[in-house]
Write a protein that binds this ligand. Structure first.
Ligand SMILES: O=C(O)CCC(=O)C(=O)O
Ligand SMILES: [Fe+2]
Length: 143
């Protein structure tokens, strides 16, 4: 669960820094009607407006790699409100640790060269939690 208290100067704080989620996908439930989640689209931050009872499905890096880069996992962040608090509940969905993460064979057979290495989820998480200085995580997965 994420909690974002109100802030009298919201433009001076970051709710959650811009990032791309790393699982297969993330499921997000807004607990209320205070907007806060934003997605980067064409260089602009767009609010994902909370809809009553709706679950936001956010694609993660594992799906981006499985699709050989056909689908892009979106960069997103959370901002805070001047007067209202906000809560969100997020669940990250991963395959088993032994699952091999790499471009789907069907896509490679169609003639596109693989853009990413194939590694187990365990190795993938190992790379994420032991980052190389100055190398974006996704670049360490590229061939
Ligand atoms: O609270 C939000 O809207 C964003 C949460 C999020 O992106 C995350 O937990 O990875
Ligand atoms: Fe996220």
């Amino acid at each position: 669960m994420n909690y974002y208290p109100p802030c009298p100067q919201p433009e001076r704080v970051t709710g959650l820094t811009p990032h791309v989620d790393i699982p297969g996908f993330a499921l997000l439930l807004d607990c209320g009607d205070t907007p806060g989640l934003q997605v980067l689209k064409d260089g602009r931050w767009i609010f994902v407006e909370p809809l009553d009872g709706a679950v936001v499905v956010d694609m993660g890096r594992i799906t981006e790699i499985l699709s050989n880069g056909l689908y892009k996992a979106p960069e997103h962040r959370a901002v805070v409100s001047k007067s209202k608090e906000r809560r969100s509940i997020v669940t990250f969905c991963y395959p088993a640790l032994s699952f091999k993460v790499g471009p789907a064979m069907e896509l490679i057979k169609l003639g596109s060269p693989p853009l990413y290495k194939t590694v187990t989820v365990e190795e993938y998480l190992g790379c994420f939690f032991n980052p190389k200085p100055d190398v974006p995580f996704i670049d360490t997965m590229k061939i």
